[in-house]
Write a protein that binds this ligand. Structure first.
Ligand code: SAM
Length: 233
Protein backbone atom coordinates (compact mmCIF):
# COMPACT_ATOMS: atom_id res chain seq x y z
CA UNK A 1 0.00 0.00 0.00
CA UNK A 2 1.31 3.42 -1.01
CA UNK A 3 2.43 5.58 1.90
CA UNK A 4 0.66 8.79 2.77
CA UNK A 5 2.73 11.84 1.81
CA UNK A 6 2.39 14.58 4.38
CA UNK A 7 2.65 18.28 3.54
CA UNK A 8 5.70 20.09 4.95
CA UNK A 9 3.49 21.57 7.70
CA UNK A 10 1.98 18.24 8.76
CA UNK A 11 5.41 16.58 8.50
CA UNK A 12 6.69 19.00 11.13
CA UNK A 13 3.59 18.36 13.27
CA UNK A 14 4.24 14.61 12.95
CA UNK A 15 7.76 15.12 14.30
CA UNK A 16 6.30 16.24 17.65
CA UNK A 17 3.90 13.33 18.18
CA UNK A 18 5.58 11.22 20.87
CA UNK A 19 6.78 7.76 19.76
CA UNK A 20 4.13 5.06 20.40
CA UNK A 21 1.52 7.66 21.35
CA UNK A 22 -2.16 6.81 21.36
CA UNK A 23 -3.25 9.80 19.32
CA UNK A 24 -6.50 11.72 18.98
CA UNK A 25 -6.32 13.91 15.87
CA UNK A 26 -9.17 16.39 16.16
CA UNK A 27 -10.38 18.07 12.97
CA UNK A 28 -8.66 15.34 11.02
CA UNK A 29 -10.18 16.06 7.58
CA UNK A 30 -8.52 13.35 5.38
CA UNK A 31 -6.91 11.70 8.44
CA UNK A 32 -3.55 12.12 6.71
CA UNK A 33 -1.64 12.67 9.96
CA UNK A 34 -2.83 9.52 11.78
CA UNK A 35 -2.58 7.44 8.58
CA UNK A 36 1.04 8.49 7.97
CA UNK A 37 2.06 7.90 11.60
CA UNK A 38 0.46 4.45 11.75
CA UNK A 39 1.94 3.45 8.38
CA UNK A 40 5.39 4.50 9.66
CA UNK A 41 4.76 2.47 12.83
CA UNK A 42 5.44 5.62 14.84
CA UNK A 43 2.12 5.11 16.66
CA UNK A 44 -0.11 2.07 17.07
CA UNK A 45 -3.55 3.60 17.60
CA UNK A 46 -5.40 6.78 16.69
CA UNK A 47 -8.83 8.32 16.82
CA UNK A 48 -9.56 10.72 13.94
CA UNK A 49 -12.32 13.12 14.95
CA UNK A 50 -14.40 15.26 12.57
CA UNK A 51 -17.48 17.38 13.04
CA UNK A 52 -18.26 18.03 9.36
CA UNK A 53 -19.79 15.29 7.20
CA UNK A 54 -17.60 15.79 4.07
CA UNK A 55 -14.21 15.69 5.84
CA UNK A 56 -15.50 12.86 8.09
CA UNK A 57 -16.27 10.76 5.00
CA UNK A 58 -12.90 11.64 3.46
CA UNK A 59 -11.21 10.44 6.66
CA UNK A 60 -13.22 7.20 6.61
CA UNK A 61 -12.29 6.61 2.95
CA UNK A 62 -8.59 7.33 3.51
CA UNK A 63 -8.39 4.93 6.46
CA UNK A 64 -10.22 2.24 4.48
CA UNK A 65 -8.08 2.78 1.37
CA UNK A 66 -4.92 2.28 3.45
CA UNK A 67 -6.35 -0.77 5.29
CA UNK A 68 -5.81 0.93 8.62
CA UNK A 69 -9.26 0.35 10.16
CA UNK A 70 -7.78 -1.84 12.91
CA UNK A 71 -5.57 0.97 14.15
CA UNK A 72 -7.49 4.15 13.31
CA UNK A 73 -11.05 4.80 14.43
CA UNK A 74 -12.73 7.64 12.56
CA UNK A 75 -15.42 9.20 14.73
CA UNK A 76 -17.99 11.89 14.01
CA UNK A 77 -18.32 14.53 16.72
CA UNK A 78 -17.45 17.94 18.07
CA UNK A 79 -13.90 18.39 19.31
CA UNK A 80 -12.55 16.01 21.92
CA UNK A 81 -16.02 14.60 22.70
CA UNK A 82 -15.04 11.77 20.33
CA UNK A 83 -12.46 10.55 22.87
CA UNK A 84 -13.50 7.68 25.15
CA UNK A 85 -11.82 6.76 28.41
CA UNK A 86 -10.69 3.32 27.23
CA UNK A 87 -8.95 4.85 24.17
CA UNK A 88 -6.18 5.71 26.67
CA UNK A 89 -5.19 8.67 24.54
CA UNK A 90 -1.72 10.02 25.34
CA UNK A 91 -1.42 12.78 22.70
CA UNK A 92 -3.87 15.13 21.03
CA UNK A 93 -3.21 16.98 17.78
CA UNK A 94 -5.42 19.87 16.68
CA UNK A 95 -4.14 21.50 13.51
CA UNK A 96 -5.22 23.89 10.79
CA UNK A 97 -7.80 25.87 12.78
CA UNK A 98 -7.81 29.26 14.48
CA UNK A 99 -6.23 29.52 17.92
CA UNK A 100 -9.53 30.57 19.52
CA UNK A 101 -11.30 27.50 18.12
CA UNK A 102 -8.50 25.21 19.36
CA UNK A 103 -8.75 26.90 22.77
CA UNK A 104 -12.53 26.39 22.88
CA UNK A 105 -12.18 22.70 21.93
CA UNK A 106 -9.60 22.15 24.69
CA UNK A 107 -11.59 24.19 27.20
CA UNK A 108 -14.72 22.11 26.60
CA UNK A 109 -12.60 18.96 26.81
CA UNK A 110 -11.24 20.00 30.20
CA UNK A 111 -14.61 21.00 31.64
CA UNK A 112 -16.27 17.82 30.30
CA UNK A 113 -13.34 15.77 31.65
CA UNK A 114 -12.62 14.37 28.18
CA UNK A 115 -9.00 15.35 28.77
CA UNK A 116 -7.18 13.55 31.56
CA UNK A 117 -4.57 16.35 31.81
CA UNK A 118 -1.85 13.85 31.00
CA UNK A 119 -1.94 14.17 27.21
CA UNK A 120 0.76 15.92 25.19
CA UNK A 121 -0.86 18.61 23.03
CA UNK A 122 0.48 19.22 19.54
CA UNK A 123 -1.30 22.29 18.22
CA UNK A 124 -1.02 24.16 14.96
CA UNK A 125 -3.14 27.32 15.01
CA UNK A 126 -3.47 29.21 11.71
CA UNK A 127 -4.04 32.48 13.59
CA UNK A 128 -4.59 33.50 17.23
CA UNK A 129 -1.40 31.99 18.62
CA UNK A 130 -1.32 34.43 21.55
CA UNK A 131 -4.89 33.50 22.54
CA UNK A 132 -3.90 29.84 22.55
CA UNK A 133 -0.65 30.33 24.50
CA UNK A 134 -2.52 32.41 27.09
CA UNK A 135 -5.08 29.63 27.53
CA UNK A 136 -2.33 27.01 27.90
CA UNK A 137 -0.59 29.13 30.54
CA UNK A 138 -3.83 29.73 32.46
CA UNK A 139 -4.53 25.99 32.41
CA UNK A 140 -1.00 25.18 33.67
CA UNK A 141 0.25 23.67 30.43
CA UNK A 142 3.96 24.12 29.88
CA UNK A 143 5.04 24.85 26.33
CA UNK A 144 7.87 22.41 25.58
CA UNK A 145 8.54 23.19 21.91
CA UNK A 146 7.55 25.57 19.15
CA UNK A 147 8.33 25.76 15.47
CA UNK A 148 7.46 28.13 12.65
CA UNK A 149 7.17 26.81 9.10
CA UNK A 150 6.36 28.27 5.72
CA UNK A 151 4.40 26.34 3.13
CA UNK A 152 2.86 27.67 -0.09
CA UNK A 153 3.43 31.28 0.99
CA UNK A 154 1.67 30.75 4.30
CA UNK A 155 3.36 30.77 7.67
CA UNK A 156 2.28 28.41 10.44
CA UNK A 157 3.26 28.02 14.08
CA UNK A 158 3.35 24.68 15.89
CA UNK A 159 2.99 24.71 19.68
CA UNK A 160 3.68 21.61 21.78
CA UNK A 161 2.51 21.61 25.40
CA UNK A 162 2.48 19.26 28.35
CA UNK A 163 0.47 19.50 31.56
CA UNK A 164 2.42 20.84 34.49
CA UNK A 165 1.84 20.22 38.20
CA UNK A 166 3.11 23.73 38.91
CA UNK A 167 1.67 27.02 37.76
CA UNK A 168 3.08 28.31 34.47
CA UNK A 169 3.94 31.97 33.79
CA UNK A 170 4.91 33.56 30.50
CA UNK A 171 5.51 37.23 29.78
CA UNK A 172 3.28 39.14 27.40
CA UNK A 173 6.20 39.17 24.97
CA UNK A 174 6.55 35.37 25.14
CA UNK A 175 2.79 34.90 24.72
CA UNK A 176 2.82 37.10 21.61
CA UNK A 177 5.93 35.83 19.88
CA UNK A 178 6.47 32.37 21.38
CA UNK A 179 9.23 31.73 23.90
CA UNK A 180 11.01 29.10 21.80
CA UNK A 181 10.55 31.13 18.61
CA UNK A 182 12.11 34.14 20.35
CA UNK A 183 15.17 32.13 21.25
CA UNK A 184 15.81 31.26 17.59
CA UNK A 185 14.60 34.08 15.35
CA UNK A 186 14.59 32.32 12.01
CA UNK A 187 14.09 33.98 8.61
CA UNK A 188 10.49 32.68 8.59
CA UNK A 189 9.86 34.18 12.04
CA UNK A 190 11.12 37.57 10.80
CA UNK A 191 9.05 37.26 7.61
CA UNK A 192 5.88 36.61 9.63
CA UNK A 193 6.41 39.68 11.78
CA UNK A 194 7.38 41.86 8.81
CA UNK A 195 4.03 40.88 7.26
CA UNK A 196 2.33 41.79 10.55
CA UNK A 197 4.11 45.15 10.49
CA UNK A 198 2.77 45.80 6.98
CA UNK A 199 -0.78 45.13 8.21
CA UNK A 200 -0.35 47.43 11.20
CA UNK A 201 1.11 50.23 9.05
CA UNK A 202 -1.88 49.90 6.73
CA UNK A 203 -4.37 50.09 9.64
CA UNK A 204 -2.51 53.08 11.08
CA UNK A 205 -2.62 54.90 7.72
CA UNK A 206 -6.40 54.32 7.57
CA UNK A 207 -6.83 55.63 11.13
CA UNK A 208 -4.68 58.68 10.36
CA UNK A 209 -6.99 59.57 7.45
CA UNK A 210 -10.02 59.74 9.73
CA UNK A 211 -11.50 63.20 10.51
CA UNK A 212 -11.75 62.17 14.18
CA UNK A 213 -8.86 59.78 14.73
CA UNK A 214 -9.15 57.21 17.53
CA UNK A 215 -6.05 58.31 19.42
CA UNK A 216 -6.13 55.34 21.83
CA UNK A 217 -6.14 52.92 18.92
CA UNK A 218 -3.37 54.84 17.16
CA UNK A 219 -1.25 54.71 20.31
CA UNK A 220 -1.91 50.98 20.74
CA UNK A 221 -0.89 50.24 17.15
CA UNK A 222 2.20 52.45 17.41
CA UNK A 223 3.21 50.53 20.52
CA UNK A 224 2.72 47.19 18.75
CA UNK A 225 4.82 48.43 15.81
CA UNK A 226 7.64 49.47 18.15
CA UNK A 227 7.60 46.11 19.95
CA UNK A 228 7.67 44.12 16.70
CA UNK A 229 10.52 46.28 15.30
CA UNK A 230 12.57 45.83 18.48
CA UNK A 231 11.89 42.08 18.43
CA UNK A 232 12.97 41.37 14.86
CA UNK A 233 15.85 43.82 14.56
N1 SAM B 1 -6.06 18.88 10.72
C1 SAM B 1 -5.99 18.89 9.26
C2 SAM B 1 -4.77 19.63 8.81
O1 SAM B 1 -4.17 20.33 9.63
O2 SAM B 1 -4.43 19.53 7.63
C3 SAM B 1 -7.24 19.50 8.65
C4 SAM B 1 -7.36 20.99 8.87
S1 SAM B 1 -8.88 21.61 8.25
C5 SAM B 1 -8.41 23.18 7.72
C6 SAM B 1 -9.80 21.88 9.74
C7 SAM B 1 -10.75 20.72 10.02
O3 SAM B 1 -11.25 20.86 11.34
C8 SAM B 1 -11.96 20.72 9.09
O4 SAM B 1 -12.05 19.48 8.45
C9 SAM B 1 -13.13 20.98 10.04
O5 SAM B 1 -14.29 20.28 9.65
C10 SAM B 1 -12.60 20.45 11.35
N2 SAM B 1 -13.20 21.02 12.56
C11 SAM B 1 -13.49 22.32 12.81
N3 SAM B 1 -14.05 22.45 14.03
C12 SAM B 1 -14.09 21.21 14.57
C13 SAM B 1 -14.58 20.68 15.79
N4 SAM B 1 -15.12 21.47 16.72
N5 SAM B 1 -14.47 19.35 16.01
C14 SAM B 1 -13.92 18.54 15.08
N6 SAM B 1 -13.47 18.98 13.89
C15 SAM B 1 -13.56 20.28 13.64
Amino acid sequence: MESVQLSKRLERVAAYIPENARLADIGSDHAYLPCALVQRKAISFAVAGEVVKGPFEKALNEVKLRNLENQIEVRFGDGVEVIQLDDQITAISICGMGGALIRDILDRGLSQKKLSRTETLVLQPNVGEKTLRTFLMNQSYKIIAEEIVEENDKIYEIIVAEPSSESVTYTDHELTFGLFLLSNKTAVFKKKWLQELDKLHYILAQLNKSAQPDTDKQAKINKEITIIKETIQ
